[in-house]
Design a protein around this ligand. Structure first.
Ligand SMILES: C[S@@+](CC[C@H](N)C(=O)[O-])C[C@H]1O[C@@H](n2cnc3c(N)ncnc32)[C@H](O)[C@@H]1O
Length: 214
């Protein structure tokens, strides 16, 4: 899948700014062929890191995306750039950062912020439709359980799931490699596991998985 809203220039990656003139976290912007693009920092975004590690693109310009762990909006702002004809639902449970996410959603026509716990997806069923993409970055002990629960409820058959796994949040006593393998097996029971990438040096002890719902 190709997304025309991504621009690669050598080792740098940019997204076409949905809100020209406005940057979200102080990122550099450039102009190309009449459009403004925002630099996408792989040290601040696991999705940018994954794409630079050659993960296939799985978000199209009309994708509907459910994003768990949206924080103040760094990565989700780029996902919003990627989906000008789609929509992104961002779930965040920390009131402090969700405030910034809410302000961001006010400026972006394809972004909604939801203050909720991704452990309790039944609470946002009324607001979220079936989606093409489930994106998760919550750094919790039960990351895989949260991912599966949300995929069962919201992800369309044939839809893509992206799980950013922080090994240390699952179990600090185990070697990351052991966690990566265990999670791989857990995901295989439920999904078609398409790709997995270790995103060192952008993030330490993180593996990202791309799966497809069968
Ligand atoms: C690593 S940060 C996410 C960074 C963000 N994805 C980005 O790239 O811009 C993890 C976020 O997940 C949120 N989070 C953790 N557990 C959550 C849960 N159960 N429900 C909703 N949000 C959660 C945290 O408050 C935190 O803001």
């Amino acid at each position: 899948m190709n997304n025309e809203n991504i621009l690669r220039m050598g080792k740098k990656i940019y997204t076409k700014n949905l809100t020209p003139g406005i940057s979200v976290y102080g990122e550099e912007t450039i102009k190309k062929e009449g459009y403004e693009y925002r630099y996408w920092d792989p040290f601040r975004s696991k999705l940018a890191a994954a794409l630079l590690k050659n993960m296939s693109q799985f978000i199209s310009s009309n994708s509907k995306v459910l994003y768990l762990g949206a924080a103040s909006g760094t990565t989700i702002s780029h996902v919003s750039d990627l989906t000008p004809n789609g929509f992104v639902f961002g779930v965040e449970f920390s009131k402090r950062v969700a405030k910034q996410l809410f302000l961001l959603s006010m400026k972006r026509r394809n972004l909604a912020s939801i203050l909720a716990d991704a452990n309790k997806p039944e609470e946002y069923i009324p607001y979220v439709p079936a989606v093409d993409v489930l994106y998760q970055d919550v750094a919790q002990k039960n990351q895989v359980e949260i991912f599966i629960k949300n995929a069962d409820l919201f992800l369309k058959k044939g839809g893509f799931g992206f799980l950013a796994l922080k090994a240390k949040s699952v179990d600090v006593t185990k070697k990351p490699k052991q966690i990566y393998e265990r999670v791989y097996r857990q995901l295989l029971e439920r999904f078609d596991v398409l790709e997995y990438k270790n995103i060192t040096p952008f993030q330490k002890d993180h593996m990202v998985y791309l799966v497809k719902k069968e």
